[in-house]
Each structure stands twice: as C-alpha cells, then as structure tokens.
Design a protein around this ligand. Sequence first.
Ligand SMILES: [Zn+2]
Length: 303
Amino acid sequence: MTQPKQPTPGTPGTPGSPGSAPSQAERSWLEHKPETNGKAAGVPEGLWKRCPNCEAMLYAKQVAQNLHVCPDCDYHYRIDAIQRIEQICDPGSFEPMWSNLSPRDTLGFHDRIPYKERLKNEQEKTGQNDAIQCGRAFIKGRGVVLAVMDNRFMMASMGCVVGEKITRAIELGTETDRPVIIVSASGGARMQESALSLMQMSKTSAALARLDDVGGLFISVLTDPTTGGVTASFAMLGDVILAEREALIGFAGPRVIANTVRQDLPEGFQRAEFLQEKGFVDRVIHRHDMRSEISRVIDYAGK
Ligand SMILES: [Zn+2]
C-alpha cells in the first residue's frame, strides 16, 4: 500500500491560494512549512529544522553530521537511500547495479492520477528509476551485496522493479558467497501493480531460500517504516534481523488492527523495541552503531 499524496494546504493550485486572496486571518501560520517559509523570513532555506519528537530547533548541518539523529533526544530522521549508503558503506565503495531497470504500467492502472504519470513525477523528483538502490559494497572492509530501499519514491512500495532488484541482489550473494544486506523502509506492496507486486513476495522469499541452501548470510535491517508486503516477505526472513530504534514495523496499520480485534493495543505496539521483546527482531540498533554492528555480525557468521 502506498500513501496517496495529499495536496498541501496553501500550495498553488489548491482552493484558497492564488486567485481567491485569503485574508490574513484565514491564512494560519500552520500552513507555512518551515522549508518553504525560510526565505521569506530572511533565513537561508533548510538551515534550521525542528525535531518532530522533542521540538528542539536544530541546526540542520549539525543534524546531518550526527547521521540525521536529533542530538537532544536521539530521534532518528528518515533518510533516503543515498544517505543510508553513505552512512553504512566504506567511502566510495558502493558500486550501483541494475540501475537501468525501470517500472512499466502493465495494467494501465489509474488511481487519482494514471500510474504512468505518477512514475514520471516520482522519477523527476528523485532522479531514480524506482524505489531501491542495489549493488556491491564494502562495510569496514568486508565485501557485501547491499540493497537499500528509498522511501522518497512512492513510499518505497514494492513493485516488479524493487522485487527484481532484490532478487538479483540475493542471487549475486548466493553466487559469490558475499553476505546480503537489505535495508528496508517501505509502505508495502505497490497497489498500482496489483497482483504483480504480490508475486514479488514469493519471488524474493524463494531467492532467500536458495541463499540459505548454500549457507549464505542475509542480514535484514528494518528502518522506519517497514510495513505491508515487505514485512510479510523478505524483511522478516533475515538470518539476523536488526532494527533502528523506534522504527515502525508491522503488516497492517495499528488502527486497522485495533478495529479488527476490538481491543486497545499495548503501548509501543509495532515499534522496534516491542518486536525485539516479542522475538521478531534480534537487536535494536542506534544509527551510530549500525555500521559496526553489521560488520560484527558478518564476522560472527564467519563470512
Ligand atoms: Zn529531538
């Protein structure tokens, strides 16, 4: 499932913006996002950002240097695939593969806008063909096959391209005896590719079974959020499952579950720490320690 894009209040093209000239009273300050308002206030764009958890005003550069973690409360900001690769891999060691694979609108799917158009918009916005980066890399000198999902692209939903690239990454790990690391962050299966996206669940799982047959190592890293068909397939099949602190990990959303079971959900439900307590996650890792932890697991596994 992907989250439909909602028009932001006050952006051009929505009612109450150009043409209808709203009064000052109508234009709540809440409508102005700091990112777009910075210039008007004489502050360079993106210089400061507010922590959504502790609400501290933070110097954006300092947050970036801290691996996009709030220095005050340890809140982990969501990061894209490129940032993730830079944080985990040895500098310059990532060698992207299969970047030319591009999604197709096989079903002629239309939701709010045609899928074809949606893809074009997302590709222009992110400069990527789809929601994943795969390739060979080194982590603290250890050779790995790495796949990183990018939630800027349609909430990193899994369609045919994501499924195919993950499968190829697993197969490369199987052939070369390199550990396979998949960093998940996904809204789940891509509804615009319907049953074809669901088939990626079995395809990736079958590839992992073959990796397992030859004694390969798969480290699954779950980040905020990992949900839906991704949780229900490869993400939960790791030999070792690591999760970033407080990451949302689940199949269906908490509201859907609460309505189905008609019970109040326990505190911390679907958060990484809760899943570790219940045995679904092996270790919850602070972002600062992720690189060392992955290399340690590789050594423990004798790879
Ligand atoms: Zn904070």
